[in-house]
Design a protein around this ligand. Sequence first.
Ligand code: ATP
Ligand code: MG
Length: 442
Amino acid sequence: MRILLPEKVKFIINKLEENGFEAFAVGGCVRDSALGRRPADWDITTSAKPREVKEVFSHTIDTGIIHGTVTVMLEREGFEVTTYRIDGEYTDARHPSGVTFTGNLLEDLRRRDFTINAMAYNERAGLVDAFDGMGDMERGLIRCVGSAGERFGEDALRMLRAVRFSAQLGFELEEETRAAIEALAPQLARISAERIQVELIKLLVSPHPEEVRTLRDTGISRVLFPWLDDMFETPQNNRHHCYTVGEHTVCTLKAVPADKVLRLAMLLHDVAKPCCRTTDEKGEDHFKGHPREGVAMARHILKGLKLDNDTIDRVCSLILWHDDNPPATPRGVRRAMNRAGLRQFPGLFLVKRADAQGKNPVYLQEFLAYVDEYECLYQEILKENQCISLKGLAVTGKDLLAAGVEPGRAVGEALQELLEQVLEHPEYNKKEILLEMLSHRA
Ligand code: ATP
Ligand code: MG
C-alpha cells in the first residue's frame, strides 16, 4: 500500500528521521487515505519527546505538551506531532491518570480506539498495520483494538465514537464491539457534554444519519438521549403517517442535506410528539402543539449539549415553523415570512420537504407541489423586495412621531397596523401612502 503524503508531512517526517527519530503519519489520515478519502488533517506520531520536536523545528506551538502534542507550523499550516505514548490507568472511564512516553510505535498504536484508526505510515517503512485495520476496512467493520470491554471501560466516549465512525464510513459494528457497547453504555453518563456533542454532530452530518437507530438499539440513547427512545416508542395512528415518530425522524434525517442546523432540526422537530400525543374516539392520534412544545424541549436538550446560542436559535425556529403551511398565495406567504422571520428561509423549505419524505407517501406528491409553489412565491417576494417586516416598512417610528403620533406604545401599535396593511397590499409601502393612511386612522 502506498499513500501519497503531502509535501509538508514528508518534510516533517524526514526532518525527524534525519535527527535520529522515528516518525509516521497516523490515525484518521491513514484510514482516510486507504479508503480513498481526503483526510481532514494529518497527524504525526514520533519517538521524539516534545522537547526534542521543538528543537528540530523552528516554529512550534505547545498545544498539549503534557499529552506529548506539539504543533509544528509550516507556512502558517499547523501539524500536530505527538510523542509515542501509553495512556496511564483510566480511573474514571474518562481520563487517563497520566501518560507515559514510549519509544515503541506498537505501544502507541495499541492505545488507539479502533483497528482502522490504529495504522501508521511513512515512506521508509510503508504501512504499519499491527491490528488488521486493512482487513476490517475491507470487511467494513468497526472493531476495537484489543478487548472491546476493556477499551470502553477505559474511555466510555469510544462507544459513541464507534457509532459515529460507522455512520461516516457506512461500516458495521463488529460483534464483540457491539456487545460490549450494549453492556457498558451506562458508563457514557460520565462523559462531558462537550465531547458528546462533537460525536453526535459528526454522526448527524455523516452520510448515514440513520445510524441514530444504532444509538437506540445499543442502549446508548437510553443513557444520553432518552427522548430519542421515547420517539421510537411512539406510534402515529394517523392517515398522514405510516411510521413511529422515531422511524419518521430517521427518514427525514436522510432526506435533508448534511448540514448541522438542518440535521439537528430534523432530529428534534417532533421531539415533543411523545408527550403531545392524544388519541381520539376513532383511534386516531393527534399531536397538537408539538412544534411549540418541541422548541422548549429542543432548547433544553441543545443547551445541555453545550451548543452555541446561534445554532440553538436557528434549530428552534425551524422546529417552531416546520408544520406551518400558509396558503400558497402571495399574501399568505408574506405573512408566513413575517411570522417565521427571513432567517429561517430557504432552510425551512428543505425541512418541509424532508418532513414530507417521512410521511404517508399517498400525500407526498401533492405536498411537494405545494412546497414548490410556496417557494416560488417566496422567491418572487424577495425579487420584488416586498416588505415583510417592520425593518422594510417605508416609515419609521421617527416619521410617526413627526406626524403627530403620541410617543410611547402608540408608535409601536401604529407601525404594526401599517405593516399589517402592507403585508396585504405591498404597493402601499410608500411613505406618502402610509402617512396618509395614518391620518385616516380612527
Ligand atoms: P476525524 O476524521 O473525525 O478527525 P480521526 O480518526 O482523526 O477522525 P480524532 O478524534 O481526530 O479522529 O483522533 C485522531 C486519532 O486519535 C484517532 O484516529 C485514534 O487513533 C486516536 N483517538 C482519538 N480519540 C481516541 C479515544 N477516545 N481513544 C483512543 N484513541 C483515540
Ligand atoms: Mg482527526
